[in-house]
Design a binder for this molecule. Structure first.
Ligand code: BES
Ligand code: MN
Ligand code: ZN
Length: 501
């Protein structure tokens, strides 16, 4: 949801009212403005720091309410630690920490004063823009269905985040790209957080359609069009739902040469996964509204790329469907023919994501001949068993692509861990009566799912990201209030900016 906080950048003057955030590297390492304020207050800040346990560490902060001789309502000194911080991502986390420290202010304005501290902390425009972005990322709150608090101005709500800094015009320019990223992440989070009754495949496709306003070409295939193209694997998943399936294609042509082969990003968009006839146990089933985290990421990413006018050609394809068990639902044991012509024996209707992706991948590769394809999917519970919520699983048939993704993961903080693929695993999905079956047994569940997908990509450089542990049910972090994390948007934005623009 769009956040109701205005962000402003101005020069390094200290406003006379509101909450002021100041940065310190240790008990004594301060910038000049902090020193000046301390002097004005008759040394109150220094005294407060002196008697407290504030050491300037990354976890330290000290709050002085109504400081002596000063007109501001409150000063908060935030520790930066003694090590220089040289990643925009880390500055975003500082912004997120600051957000956690200010709930309200009588003026509704919080000002972060950013000034160099000795040689250790020299602020580039990017770092400063990252602080503002981190603040907003952490403030995100999915409160659409809270009827009590919503739209009621609570006393002291923060309305403006002001950044007082050097070169503020340059910072404001740099902030545009960061804000494009933030907006894409929010879109992805919104989509994941929406309940299944509100956001079905048709409604999701309409959300994708909204990107047209930003210059993205959007095409939506309905069930008749999909059937005509032979997408029986995807359609089989939606067979037991009252709701229709959709395939949405979002195309951003930002490269100087619009004919350059595109990058393709494909997402699993199961708007609710009950398991189908192989129904899931009821405990925790409500979480399966988030089984479209891959599609949410693709949609958010395309929004970011369009907003920042990325110089790359990117196709986003999302397979949208709902997996439900009614009289028309597919049965365990059914055989379906995918768009590629390969047949699949459906052993377990709860292994539906790979059926959706099989046709989405075939369609994407046949239609666009992309230079590479990356799919994202909340595909297996097994990836949670292997990696928990720290890393998403990375599977790839191409070492260079894998390396680039791993690097973007480290840089963006959306980390990946490479998992194995190989012939012996592939054998586990051979079927007695069809070309393959959709489960590979108890062992290596995430890898056998990836092997299944690999049968649909041929020679195209391909990577599969299993984001079941990272996109939904996510913990609170420095930059997120939890559940829908928007995982993948920052990662792939970084990946594209680093390698393809
Ligand atoms: N959407 C689930 C995977 C999932 C599990 C996502 C937990 C998020 C959290 C997927 O469709 C699924 O049900 N996979 C099965 C595959 C099995 C039947 C081979 C699984 O992981 O149990
Ligand atoms: Mn499932
Ligand atoms: Zn699923």
């Amino acid at each position: 949801m769009e956040i109701q906080i205005a962000v402003e950048f101005h020069g390094q003057t200290i406003p006379e009212t509101g909450t002021i955030i100041l940065l310190a590297a240790s008990k004594k390492k301060w910038g000049v403005s902090l020193k000046k304020l301390d002097k004005q207050s008759g040394g109150q800040i220094g005294n407060a720091i002196g008697v407290s346990s504030f050491e300037g560490d990354k976890s330290d902060n000290i709050e002085i309410i109504s400081p002596a001789n000063l007109t501001q309502s409150r000063l908060i000194v935030v520790g930066l630690g003694n090590e220089p911080i040289e990643e925009a991502r880390e500055w975003m986390k500082v912004g997120g920490r600051i957000c956690g420290l200010v709930k309200d202010d009588p003026t509704g304005v919080v000002t972060v004063l950013v000034e160099d501290i000795g040689k250790d902390f020299v602020f580039t425009a990017n770092y400063i823009a990252a602080i503002a972005t981190g603040f907003l990322m952490k403030r995100y709150d999915f409160n659409l269905y809270k009827t009590k608090d919503k739209n009621v101005d609570k006393k002291g709500d923060i309305k403006t985040l002001a950044i007082a800094c050097r070169d503020h015009r340059k910072v404001a320019r740099s902030y545009q790209d960061f804000d494009a990223l933030r907006a894409g992440v929010f879109t992805a989070r919104d989509l994941v957080n929406e309940p299944g009754n509100i956001l079905g495949p048709v409604e999701f496709a309409l959300r994708a359609r909204e990107l047209e306003k930003l210059g993205v070409d959007v095409t939506i295939l309905d069930e008749t069009e999909m059937a005509a193209k032979g997408m029986s694997a995807l359609l089989a998943v939606g067979q037991g739902s009252e709701r229709e399936s959709r395939l949405a294609i979002m195309r951003w042509n930002g490269a100087d040469n619009s004919k350059n082969k595109p990058l393709a990003i494909v997402g699993k968009g199961v708007t609710f996964d009950s398991g189908g006839i192989s129904i899931k146990p009821s405990a925790g089933m409500e979480d399966m509204k988030g089984d479209m985290g891959g599609a949410a990421c693709v949609t958010g990413l395309l929004k970011t790329l369009a907003l920042r006018k990325a110089k790359a050609n990117v196709i986003g394809v999302i397979g949208l469907t709902e997996n439900m068990p009614d009289g028309k639902a597919q049965r365990p044991g059914d055989v379906v023919t995918s768009m590629s012509g390969q047949t699949i024996e459906v052993i377990n209707t709860d292994a539906e994501g790979r059926l959706v992706l099989a046709d989405a991948l075939t369609y994407t590769i046949n239609t666009y001949k992309p230079r590479l394809v990356i799919d994202l999917a909340t595909l297996t519970g097994a990836i949670l068993v292997a990696l928990g919520k720290e890393y998403a699983g990375l599977f790839s048939n191409n070492d260079q692509l894998a390396k680039r993704l791993l690097k973007a993961g480290e840089k963006s903080g959306e980390k990946l861990w490479r998992m194995p693929l190989g012939k012996p695993y592939d054998k586990l999905i051979d079927s007695r009566i069809a070309d393959m079956k959709n489960t590979g047994g108890r062992l290596a569940g995430s890898t056998t799912a990836a092997q299944f997908l690999q049968r649909y990509v041929g020679e195209t450089p391909w990577a599969h990201l299993d984001i079941a542990g990272t996109a939904m049910g996510s913990p609170k972090t420095e930059l997120s209030s939890g559940w829908g994390s928007g995982f993948g948007v920052q990662l792939l934005n970084e990946f594209i900016a680093q390698n393809y623009e």
